[in-house]
Design a protein around this ligand. Structure first.
Ligand SMILES: [Zn+2]
Length: 297
């Protein structure tokens, strides 16, 4: 590994293990997650769920080669306690919110499993390429113990890319800390989307899984452990590990009065008339920021 400024929190770290045809991302979110949570008043179970989802959105969004592309992760249910969870990531900007039934959540107790929160639901992962150049969406059922497992299933089923994901989150009096690691197998340097011979039991991938799978939760959320040191701990026996410091991560939303004015201006006057309230204003709320905008249109 080369000598450089180390990566601790609110930044992505990319790495590759060339001899194993593996690539990965690591991230730890600290301030970014507190800023996102500050717009809401979520109980601990929802805070924890959203923290994990934000880490996943960052890890997966970080795979986008194009900086203006966007990754959207959406978990939706039919009659679940969590009705909707949305996170998106674009060039280091991260946002997310959860729509849930507060009363029914209370009935579930302190640490409800994913199945209790979502019931019957699905996870949609959407990659929007820059400048409207394409959109890829994969949908998998929300099964397994964690959101991370559902994301692993997405990569296995929709992309045929063997993927290991570990996520940890901890919320305390001083705010929330969450971190994660994603590792993928791309044999023969294959980076395209057509993958006819992907194998989950490839020996070099099994080796990487054995190493990456030893990641401990505490390591992911230890603010004193740099992500480079974490990657080094896991893979130091490999002949070469290359790291690429990535984008800083911060809370980011596109909502603004000007933004909504522009959108509303595109509607015909007849539609705008229907949108106006008794005071002649069009009221729009941003669920990500819990903010209400009154547009005079
Ligand atoms: Zn907003």
């Amino acid at each position: 590994m080369t000598d450089q400024t180390e990566t601790f929190s609110d930044k992505l770290l990319g790495f590759t293990i060339p001899a194993r045809n593996a690539r990965g991302k690591a991230v730890r979110l600290d301030r970014a997650i507190d800023e996102i949570l500050a717009a809401h008043d979520y109980p601990p179970a929802i805070t924890h769920l959203l923290a994990e989802a934000l880490v996943l959105a960052t890890l997966i969004g970080g795979l986008l080669k194009d900086e203006s592309g966007q990754l959207t992760m959406q978990a939706q249910t039919e009659g679940g306690v969590v009705r909707l969870l949305v996170c998106d990531y674009r060039n280091g900007q991260l946002r997310g919110y959860v729509d849930f039934d507060r009363e029914r959540l209370t009935e579930l107790g302190a640490n409800p499993p994913l199945s209790a929160l979502f019931g019957k639901g699905y996870l949609a992962i959407t990659f929007d390429m820059a400048g409207g150049e394409g959109r890829y969406q994969g949908i998998v059922p929300l099964e397994g113990e964690t959101l991370a497992e559902a994301c692993e299933a997405y990569f296995g089923q929709s992309e045929q890319i063997p993927t290991l994901i570990r996520v940890a989150a901890r919320a305390g009096e001083n705010g929330c800390m969450a971190g994660g690691l994603l590792v993928q197998h791309l044999p023969d340097g294959e980076e395209g989307r057509e993958r006819l011979h992907a194998r989950m039991d490839h020996p070099e991938w099994e080796h990487v899984v054995a190493l990456a799978g030893s990641t401990r939760h505490e390591e992911l959320i230890d603010p004193a452990l740099s992500l480079e040191a974490l990657v080094w701990r896991l893979f130091h026996e490999e002949e070469e590990v290359r790291v690429q410091p990535g984008a800083p991560i911060a809370r980011g939303c596109r909502c603004s009065a000007e933004h909504y004015e522009q959108i509303i201006a595109r509607f015909p006057e007849e539609d705008r008339a229907d949108m106006r309230d008794e005071n002649g204003m069009i009221v729009i709320d941003c669920a990500f920021c819990s903010k209400v905008f009154e547009i005079e249109a």
